[in-house]
Write a protein that binds this ligand. Structure first.
Ligand SMILES: Cc1cc2nc3c(=O)[nH]c(=O)nc-3n(C[C@H](O)[C@H](O)[C@H](O)COP(=O)(O)OP(=O)(O)OC[C@H]3O[C@@H](n4cnc5c(N)ncnc54)[C@H](O)[C@@H]3O)c2cc1C
Length: 315
């Protein structure tokens, strides 16, 4: 490979892939980004749901927010804020203890240091994927990555074996491209043969995949019995986090939307019972009911929601 690359493929449009594509393009590299999903964001994406009465509900169903610990990233966040792509989520947050059935701590409102994309979590990725010099192809899965010695380049193939082009360099932003999990879920060989890059194989094994179920809830009325808009949950085997998605800046929902995250322990138990493949509707219904029951049981007078749907993710 030459030391200066002019044509690079990026696999994945989550925050890592999108930021990498943008940064390469800013430095004069021609970038083609491939994303299996229909839109950008990966684990920072949003989900549109239609309630029974036809109302459209939009949830950030992956990462609820991000924090900033480096000055370099903070200057980027300031730039995104100036373009209305993100904003600080200035609400109050707390910790709920299921042993004592009360909040063990509540943060002061307005100094959270938590940021969210606006008007949805994926807006930053969306903007980065459409920067000049980045050609983004959504709904295109990379099924195979082959190193062509004679051409000194990578050949990328789609899931059905069609050529996606040759590139001097490839950035893969998801460890799925080499993981046995890819085979478990899709029944296909992972796109990249790690025998080509043994050093990378070891490093990737050390990246954990933490399973989680998220429950999206829609309520007619604000949940006034909860004194905060987001809280972590201690001493529950089922729930780890709850937050009011519609309290984020830039959201326009007329309903009160909440999201609950399961514990890893709970998600692992469900996966052990039903397998790694996409959960069936029946499994997701059971999960939804169990997460909701736990939320109700913590003594916060939670009413029955008009919308309730679970899905699986990994953080
Ligand atoms: C429930 C939950 C809660 C979280 N909470 C927080 C939090 O509070 N704060 C925080 O900072 N982080 C949180 N995270 C973690 C955070 O969301 C992730 O670390 C981050 O979004 C990962 O970004 P990424 O770009 O590395 O990967 P991803 O967002 O996973 O992006 C990878 C992308 O690659 C695509 N892809 C994979 N294989 C292929 C292929 N073969 N061809 C084409 N495309 C492919 C995928 O579709 C995906 O879009 C949470 C995550 C979850 C799910």
């Amino acid at each position: 490979m030459s030391s200066v690359l002019s044509k690079v493929a990026v696999v994945g449009s989550g925050i890592s892939g999108a930021a990498c594509a943008w940064s390469l393009a800013r430095n004069g590299v021609s970038v083609t980004l491939f994303e299996s999903a229909r839109g950008p964001g990966g684990r920072m994406s949003q989900r549109r749901e239609i309630a029974e009465d036809g109302k459209e509900l939009v949830f950030d169903h992956g990462a609820p927010y991000f924090t900033v610990s480096s000055t370099d990233v903070l200057s980027l966040v300031r730039e995104w804020e100036s373009k209305n792509l993100c904003a600080e989520w200035k609400e109050s947050f707390g910790v709920f203890d299921c042993f004592s059935n009360q909040f063990s701590s509540i943060e002061q409102e307005g100094v959270s240091g938590r940021y969210v994309g606006t008007p949805a979590m994926n807006s930053i990725c969306k903007a980065l994927c459409h920067e000049p010099g980045v050609e983004s192809k959504f709904g295109v899965s990379v099924g195979r990555m082959e190193w062509l010695e004679k051409d000194n380049s990578w050949l990328l193939l789609g899931i059905d074996g069609q050529s996606l082009g040759q590139f001097e360099g490839v950035v893969a932003s998801d460890k799925n491209i080499v993981s046995p999990r890819f085979t478990n879920v899709t029944g296909r060989v992972p796109p990249l043969d790690l025998n080509l890059i043994p050093d990378l194989a070891t490093k990737l094994q050390n990246i954990p995949a933490i399973p989680c179920f998220a429950l999206m809830l829609g309520f007619e009325q604000p949940l006034t019995s909860i004194p905060v808009r987001g809280f972590s949950i201690m001493n529950s085997k089922v729930l780890s986090w709850a937050y009011c998605d519609s309290s984020k800046p830039g959201r326009s929902s007329s309903s009160e939307l909440w999201i609950l995250h399961s514990t890893m322990e709970y998600a692992e138990k469900v996966i052990a019972e039903y397998g790694l493949q996409k959960p069936s509707d029946a499994t997701l219904k059971k999960v939804a009911e169990e997460l909701y029951q736990e939320f109700q049981s913590i003594g916060l007078s939670i009413p029955r929601p008009f919308f309730m749907k679970a899905h699986r993710c990994s953080s």
